[in-house]
Design a protein around this ligand. Structure first.
Ligand code: KG4
Ligand code: ZN
Length: 338
């Protein structure tokens, strides 16, 4: 089965084409980062307009890259939410139009499911059940996954998402958007033990996260300094990064032990952070857990992860109707398991 997946929930217009959930035939991402950088973050109206301009060229390029046409596509998949409503509508309506004209079934998939299942684009695939930590610009959540379509929410952020905290701290330090990659670059040369920033563990046994106190603590620290040299910027970056990933990795390991499973998955844009991959890897090894992660290319938003989620949804459920709507809050995120 050839599946074409489209992702347009935020500031990337992406298209992936896969054979089943096994082989990526093409993968094209048009990032709007340079456009939004001038504003220090994503401007929703500009994002929607840019998706309109780029969606056709992105899909056309993806088809050409693997020498296919729409006549070769068996199933379409598209992100229906969560994300920016205007941006999501471009992808969903584009797919609905192809579905109607070419008579190809389509499925509207959840962006969080896409991130969670992006690990199956890796050579080291996990087996179910597993605990997955999905950390991105919009979410920091822990799931217990028992199949390709069953995910139980164990915890979520109560305020800022991990990626959002990286972006806000980076802005404070005068770095360009998006801040995650910038902070992780500076952190490489900084001392992660230099500043003891607070870790928010919340109540005993809670798998929720909170990063806004940490962000305020970094802001207070920065405002107290006479000047921020390159050296102090690197130390702040490394110490802040360590505070975020300490909590993310500790809670992922605790959640796996709590659920009695031996597999841990790390996904989402923040999964591209090398120090998080290293620390979680180390902690999983000492706890006797196997860690699987998507390749770097598939950590941030892409169309291949939507193909994987769409493939399994199509195998398990009816295709989506033409009156399907987009949504800004994921149903996967509504209720934390008791
Ligand atoms: O998954 P994603 O592409 O979009 C959302 O669904 O939000 O994630 C983007 C987020 C941004 O906040 C970005 O700063 C963060 O992932 N990010 C990183 C790194 N690369 C991207 N955060 C920390 N370290 C990185 N290397
Ligand atoms: Zn994402």
């Amino acid at each position: 089965m050839i599946i074409l997946g489209i992702e347009s929930s935020c500031d990337e217009t992406a298209c992936g084409i896969m054979e089943d959930d096994q082989r990526v035939l093409s993968h094209v991402v048009d990032s709007q980062i340079v456009i939004h950088r001038a504003y220090g973050g994503v401007v929703p109206e500009i994002a929607s307009r840019r998706h309109i301009e780029s969606i056709y060229p992105v899909v056309d390029t993806a088809l050409k890259e693997c020498n296919l046409t729409l006549d070769d596509i068996d199933v379409l998949a598209v992100t229906a939410g969560p994300g920016l409503i205007g941006s999501l509508l471009i992808g969903l309506n584009f797919v609905k139009a192809i579905s109607l004209v070419k008579n190809i079934p389509y499925v509207g998939v959840d962006h969080m499911a896409g991130h969670l299942l992006s690990v199956f684009l890796s050579d080291t695939k996990p087996t179910f059940p597993f605990v997955a930590i999905v950390a991105s610009g919009g979410h920091s959540s822990l799931f217990y996954a028992t199949s390709f379509t069953d995910f139980q929410l164990l915890g979520r952020t109560r305020d800022d998402a991990a990626g959002e905290a990286f972006d806000k701290v980076a802005k404070l330090l005068g770095m360009p958007y998006p801040g995650g990659p910038e902070i992780s670059k500076c952190a490489n040369t900084g001392d992660r033990n230099k500043i003891k920033f607070p870790r928010s563990w919340l109540e005993k046994g809670s798998f929720d996260f909170s990063f806004s106190g940490l962000k305020t603590s970094v802001a207070n620290y920065v405002h107290k300094q006479k000047e921020i040299t390159n050296e102090s910027r690197d130390d702040i970056s490394a110490s802040f990064q360590e505070a975020v990933i300490d909590v993310l990795s500790a809670k992922a390991v605790q959640a796996a032990k709590f659920k009695g499973c031996t597999q841990v998955v790390l996904a989402g844009g923040v999964a591209a952070n090398p120090r998080l991959r290293e620390l979680l890897g180390k902690r999983c090894r000492s706890a006797g857990l196997d860690l699987s992660m998507p390749p770097f290319d598939y950590c941030t938003d892409n169309g291949a992860m939507i193909c994987v989620a769409g493939y399994h949804q199509f195998k398990n459920q009816e295709p989506s109707p033409l009156d399907l709507d987009v949504y800004s809050r994921s149903p996967m995120m509504l209720q934390v398991a008791p």
